[in-house]
Write a protein that binds this ligand. Structure first.
Ligand SMILES: NC(=O)c1ccc[n+]([C@@H]2O[C@H](COP(=O)([O-])OP(=O)(O)OC[C@H]3O[C@@H](n4cnc5c(N)ncnc54)[C@H](O)[C@@H]3O)[C@@H](O)[C@H]2O)c1
Length: 325
């Protein structure tokens, strides 16, 4: 049985990856310090003998007994509300965290795949963004703690690949959504659905002409699975290229939720990207991958998930954990 370590395994994407690798017959070791993750995302896996959960901060030394074939490094605060609240931890998990994972991979002779992000492109001046684009990032702006951590993480991973010959893979993930996102994580999709469920007006930052593209989580997981098993060490974009303006998206959410809320406008935050759309030619050519789930279907499944949550989730403070650096 192949053994895989998934850091950030109790998070939104990490927990879906745990499910997928369990389904593929792997022994899955999820590691998480629960800084933004939720135990309820993985507790259905607890009874399985091929699943383990390690409550651990990956920015500290990692010890895993036994063999390891693969490491997926997904631990990192991922939404602006999280990484602005815990900037130092974000920088540490993107630097010390990946260093620990790469060191472990060398000892175990394991292949590492890291979760990078479309944020490495910053506020892009090239549209859609191909992997060759180097980005337009402000290192000292508020988003720098996340963007630069991810850029450093890519550089460190590539250095281990070229210098130590380690098997590495880099996925640049574009906006992904689905069940197990947190309603209060500040990202646009749960924010709109949460507002609709609470009967509040939907808040658009800026004039709503900025675009985003949303990938359903099952499509992303399929892309990551294929990339891990491929022999391609350079970064690969995985995302859904279907682009929509935030204003149109708000209207879709109002239609989906059957509510009659209005849209209200607030000033655009600093360094908010105006456009986001992946160029997925590489994923198509190398992985024979493209997204399959339409926004209509994905949104319906996600909305049903949010509706099924206990009502108090709707009113949880945007950030409810206490941490020291
Ligand atoms: N969701 C997206 O659209 C998206 C887009 C681009 C990149 N990503 C990347 O994918 C990964 C997962 O994102 P997500 O959306 O699932 O976010 P998430 O917050 O739901 O999951 C992140 C998980 O990492 C854990 N974590 C954070 N720091 C840790 C540490 N030091 N040690 C151990 N665990 C730690 C958190 O507790 C959480 O469970 C992140 O690396 C993120 O940057 C996500």
């Amino acid at each position: 049985m192949k053994r895989i370590l998934i850091t950030g395994g109790a998070g939104f994407l990490g927990s879906h990856l745990c499910d997928r690798f369990i389904k593929e017959g792997y022994h899955v070791i999820a590691m998480d310090n629960l800084i933004t993750g939720e135990i309820r995302n993985i507790e259905h896996l607890y009874p399985l003998s091929n699943f383990e959960f390690h409550h651990h901060d990956v920015s500290q030394f990692i010890h895993i007994p036994g063999e390891l074939d693969y490491i997926l490094h997904f631990a990192s605060p991922a939404s602006p509300i999280d990484y602005l609240k815990i900037p130092i931890q974000t920088l540490k998990v993107g630097s010390l965290g990946i260093h620990n994972c790469l060191g472990l991979a060398r000892v175990k002779n394991a292949r590492v795949l890291i979760a990078s992000t479309s944020e490495v492109y910053g506020d892009p001046t090239v549209h859609p963004q191909p992997e060759e684009y180097w980005g337009n990032v402000n290192p000292v702006g508020p988003r720098g703690v996340y963007d630069e951590a991810k850029r450093f993480q890519e550089a460190m991973t590539m250095a281990y690949h070229t210098f130590h010959g380690l098997e590495t893979r880099i996925v640049r993930i574009f906006n992904t959504y689905g069940p197990r996102m947190r309603l209060n994580d500040g990202r646009v999709l749960p924010a709109f659905i949460g507002q609709a469920l609470r009967g509040e007006d939907l808040t658009i930052f800026g004039d709503g002409s900025q675009t985003r593209s949303f990938c359903y989580v099952d499509d992303l997981v399929e892309g990551i699975y294929r990339l891990l098993l491929s022999d391609y060490p350079q970064p690969v974009n995985i995302g859904n290229p279907v682009e929509i303006t935030i204003k149109e998206f708000a209207e879709e959410i109002i239609k989906l939720t059957g509510t009659n809320q209005k849209v209200v406008y607030k000033p655009l935050p600093t360094d908010d990207p105006k456009q986001r759309q992946p160029n997925i030619s590489k994923a198509k050519a190398i992985l024979d991958w493209e997204p399959k789930v339409s926004r209509e279907e994905g949104l319906r499944i996600t909305y049903e998930y949010f509706k099924s949550l206990p009502e108090e989730e709707l009113y949880k403070a945007a950030y409810h954990r206490e941490f020291t650096t």
